[in-house]
Design a protein around this ligand. Structure first.
Ligand SMILES: [Zn+2]
Ligand SMILES: [Zn+2]
Length: 338
């Protein structure tokens, strides 16, 4: 089968690869679609360590074509996800308290184990979440990482209906954060970015207000929208340091600032602001299997519609370059159905 494999020189090679036989509890999935995530770029560039030879991809959707011994949760024909959280240990303090994404022994698809940017992929059956029948599989691929990550971030922000939430960075994640905040949580949404095209897209998918950080003052705008109080929460999906600091500047006392983007940097925290105003800064990473099921359900109901562009596996290095240059609106999704 054909797979997108990380090479020593930080490129992706589309090559023939042989899969190992299934083990107890595993299933074989015929991939239909796999989204290209900013994390794939980090993995390819060895930002988290050298993983030469690994198959990329953690936004996979496909159909089960074989199940090994011991599989009770899936059957042949089921449509399932292949997510970043490929498998966790199942028995540590995190796994037993609904925080399985923090498991210290977690395996990650397309990073520590072979992922879904391939014609076929092996999954750990109990961790492959079923996709609702009425959800388009290409759209589902975007929910598998970008969708569940932003759904979880908005959930963690504790935003309530009618409150104001700010979303910083309107890329593949940000536009979905806008949609979950607006159409699932009933919040008022202000989108922050430096790209007018992305801001226009945020408006299209439900943002009540937009701010171009290159020529507008985010603090003044946040005050104007909230009678001088400041935003109730912010979610930062940006991949630069400055928006992380701005996300703290625009919130009111007692607010939560949820960090999702992964710039390799440190943020500045004004300690008096943090202490005197009781600001909470929280990091959140993807979502649990239950979060993914919920994120799928809202997409199946049409409340959240990922913008996807179908591409060929041979274009993977081109897509990586476009991503590096910030040229992508929505999600590029590799189509394995043809
Ligand atoms: Zn991802
Ligand atoms: Zn665990």
């Amino acid at each position: 089968m054909i797979a997108a494999v990380v090479t020593k020189d930080k490129k992706v090679s589309v090559e023939e690869k042989q899969l190992r036989p299934l083990k107890h509890g595993e299933a074989l999935v015929q991939t239909e679609f796999c989204g290209v995530c900013h994390t794939d770029l980090h993995v390819k560039n060895a930002d988290f360590g050298d993983v030469t030879g690994i198959v990329l991809g953690h936004e996979g959707i496909g159909k089960v074509i074989e199940v090994a011994e011991g599989v009770t949760s899936l059957k042949v024909g089921d449509r399932v996800s292949i997510a970043w959280m490929y498998e966790s240990c199942g028995h540590c303090e995190y796994c037993t308290t609904g925080r399985e994404t923090l498991c210290r022994d977690v395996k990650n698809a397309g990073y520590t184990v072979d992922g879904a940017m391939a014609e076929q992929v092996i999954v750990s059956a109990d961790y492959a979440v079923k996709v609702p029948a009425n959800l388009d599989p290409a759209a589902a691929s975007s929910v598998t990482c970008a969708g569940v990550t932003t759904y979880k971030a908005v959930k963690v922000s504790n935003i309530r209906p009618g409150q104001w939430i700010g979303i910083f960075g309107i890329g593949g994640l940000g536009n979905l954060a806008v949609q979950y905040a607006k159409h699932v949580y009933g919040a008022n949404v202000v989108a922050f970015d430096i790209n007018d095209e992305k801001l226009a897209f945020a408006k299209e998918v439900g943002a009540d207000a937009i701010v171009n950080l290159l020529n507008e003052d985010p603090i003044a705008k946040a005050k104007e929208l909230t009678n001088g109080k400041g935003l109730d929460a912010t979610v930062v999906t940006a991949v630069a340091k400055t928006p992380f600091n701005q996300a703290i500047d625009v919130v009111k006392a007692g607010a939560r600032v949820v960090a999702v983007g992964l710039p390799v940097d440190k943020m500045d925290l004004d300690i008096p602001r943090l202490v005197l105003d009781g600001i909470q800064v929280i990091g959140t990473l993807v979502g649990t299997r239950q979060d993914l099921q919920e994120a799928f359900q809202f997409a199946a109901e049409g409340k959240v519609v990922p913008k996807v562009t179908l591409r060929k596996i041979e274009e993977i290095n081109e897509i990586m370059e476009e991503m590096e240059q910030g040229k992508i609106t929505g999600r590029m999704v590799i189509d394995f159905t043809k």
